[in-house]
Write a new protein. Structure first.
Length: 347
């Protein structure tokens, strides 16, 4: 595939009007990389549904046996696949029909995972609009973890202890993410309009009822609890492994900084992960984080195809294009969190 032949420019700031991105967008369109892949997504959704059905069947057939617990990690992996499908639906990657996209998102988010599609979409769209922005990106807002020295200065007591050790605690904390996502979904119902709330609430409750019924009718309460803990913990860990490398430790713009155009805003705050088909599958295409942020509605299988264009375009403009291995990406993210907590460790 040919690359863009663009002349290097001054990198001290971005030109007005987002003109740096326009040639890249034109090149992607000329190669039909923004055209949706209905057949590809139909296959992905079908295979994922069959895999989930297979796990459920296995739970029922194995019943009250400790062997059933070995299906919990398998279910965690395909729960993450389900989340990736809901993510793509929220970005209109699967279909341009808003009603159809919402239906896919509600089924894969609320019904199959017990995770609010509306809450996730609202939060995730704000993240995409201003990635890593200290004041505007909800993903870097001070919460259990903090991402800047200014945030760390305000931490005291138990929260201060968390910040001092957050690099070590990050992956253990992701074990709680599966449950945290469900809780956030129910909390968000208060924000939603009455019509939206009624649909989301019914599906969230249906998920919990179906999940509890499956486990409690298939095995003893003790085994059911162990299965649920394993499934939800590994599901949260899988999501943490998928999302952690994307932005942590990258540039963090603030309200006082010089505004960036779309290209720089997305490229300088994102990190790609090198790999092949296995990495693409395991990370749900989020390893092409730079391309995904530049083209959020681009179908997942096209991200690897547009990558050479993006890399060449950034090189021509002198814009750093960050790409690393999977293990090193975690090292960089954890190093950043460790450095943020450094001042508190000196107290």
């Amino acid at each position: 595939m040919s690359t863009l032949a663009l002349r290097p420019r001054d990198t001290s700031g971005s030109p007005p009007g987002g003109s740096e991105f326009t040639p890249l967008l034109r090149a992607a369109r000329s190669r039909h990389l923004l055209v949706r892949r209905y057949g590809w997504y139909a296959r992905v959704i079908t295979v994922n549904a069959l895999a989930l059905a297979g796990v459920v069947t296995g739970v029922v057939l194995l019943g009250d046996s400790w062997w059933t617990l070995f299906l919990a990690p398998v279910l965690a992996v395909f729960s993450a696949r389900t989340a990736f499908i809901g993510h793509d639906a929220g970005h209109a990657q699967i279909t341009g029909d808003k009603a159809a996209g919402r239906l896919i998102g509600l089924v894969h988010g609320n019904l199959l995972l017990g995770m609010s599609y509306s809450w996730w979409n609202n939060k995730h769209n704000r993240h995409h609009a201003n990635p890593n922005h200290i004041d505007k990106d909800p993903d870097v807002a001070a919460d259990v973890l903090v991402f800047t020295g200014e945030q760390a200065k305000e931490r005291m007591g138990f929260r201060g202890w968390l910040t001092r050790h957050q690099a070590w605690l990050f992956f253990p904390l992701t074990l709680l993410e599966g449950v945290a996502l469900k809780i956030q979904g129910f909390r968000d119902l208060r924000r939603q309009s009455p019509g939206e709330r009624s649909v989301e609430a019914v599906l969230l409750v249906s998920h919990l009822a179906g999940y509890a019924t499956l486990l409690l009718t298939s095995m003893s309460p003790g085994k059911a609890l162990v299965f649920a803990v394993l499934h939800q913990a590994l599901f949260g860990l899988h999501l943490g492994l998928s999302f952690a490398p994307n932005h942590k430790g990258m540039e963090m713009p603030d309200a006082n900084g010089r505004p960036w155009g779309h290209l720089r805003r997305q490229v300088l705050t994102s990190r790609n992960i090198r790999g092949g088909a296995v990495t693409d599958w395991f990370l749900g295409g989020l390893n092409y984080q730079i391309e995904h942020h530049l083209f959020p509605s681009m179908p997942r299988p096209h991200l690897r195809l547009v990558q050479p264009l993006v890399r060449a375009h950034c090189g021509a403009l002198g814009i750093p294009y960050t790409e690393t291995g999977l293990v090193d990406s975690y090292r960089q993210a954890l190093r950043h969190m460790h450095e943020v907590g450094e001042p508190l460790r000196g107290e």
